[in-house]
Write a protein that binds this ligand. Sequence first.
Ligand SMILES: Cc1ncc(COP(=O)(O)O)c(C=O)c1O
Length: 390
Amino acid sequence: MENLSDTSTIQALEDQYTSGVYTKRPVAIVRGLGAHLWDAEGREYIDCAGGQGTANLGHANPAVAKAIADQAQVLISCPEMFYNDRRAELEQKLVTLTGMGRVFLCNSGAEAVESALKFARLLTGRTEIVATMRGFHGRTMGALSATWEKKYREPFEPLIPGFTHIPYNDQEALSAAVTDKTAAVILEVVQGEGGVRPGDPAYLRLAQELCRTRGALLIIDEVQTGFGRTGRLFAHQHFGLEPDLLCLAKSIAGGLPMGAALIHSKFGPLPQQVHGSTFGGNPLACAASLATLEYIEENHLPERAAELGEWFMGALARIESPLIREVRGLGLIVGIELKQKVTPYLQALMAEGVMALPAGLTVMRFLPPLVITKDDLSIVVEKVTKVLEG
Ligand SMILES: Cc1ncc(COP(=O)(O)O)c(C=O)c1O
């Protein structure tokens, strides 16, 4: 066993054996606590990457860690050919919290989207899907067909037929695209990867209305915006939307891999055998998710995200820099659109001890754990100011 106590050794080993599909930063993260991360050399960072949205509850959250440890000693796996106590409890909880009717449990965001797309075809008998430009829904073949970005799609074409991409927040384009052949419209309430672009309330409501009147289903993808991130438990609740299918993942199980496609109660159960997943609904992830939901509720994380997000966005908007085009977001999903490519500024920010994400080529994206303190956010504002003011 090699001594993996420094970044360069860890980096060399990963570089030798990893698939190569990821762009990596030259830093090895070995520990986290709350909204803080530490690298192999012991350097500390304020984490505004938030595990790409999986760490809403903060790293090493004691409630989640305990639930995982306890459940691991009782039962880790239990395929859905059997019933299970933790799964039963979680399904009921998710339905209660969302107002949906039924749940399909899986293991990632892409799988949740993939499931929703299949269910939409099954439930409508139609095959066409309307998606949006700058939309991101994952990398499996169905989810990728709904994703817009050319560099993710092109190497794998031909993708699944029947998908069209229309400009986001464009009511006219939406009205023209939804027809009596449309199985579903798939939308993010705030486009995350596509540049932190909040949906216009009238546009989102029109999408729902058009789906209802033209017999299509509304798939809301809350993989990134769910579990308190935007200031409500789910972002669509800001706008009184009632999705037919709702995709969840990322922070659903406190950082453990899990996804879910929720199905509106008007549909009843789906036919047996049409879909499935060996790991889906495993008791370990279900226990982690139950602890996560309880923690979110008890600690009022959506309210916290709303309050801190408003303050944070306001503070960022006051930075005077010729590099900034716009600051936008909802709750604690926040983006700064620059007039230049963002990568060097993210690197400079990391050197200052703050981790943040890109969203497209020019947007700096912040997805801090919702447990982050205002003091930490103040430091982030100070560091962003330093980096962008030069
Ligand atoms: C809105 C949205 N949908 C789907 C996905 C895909 O999730 P995963 O990477 O877990 O497959 C992502 C990932 O970033 C996302 O932001």
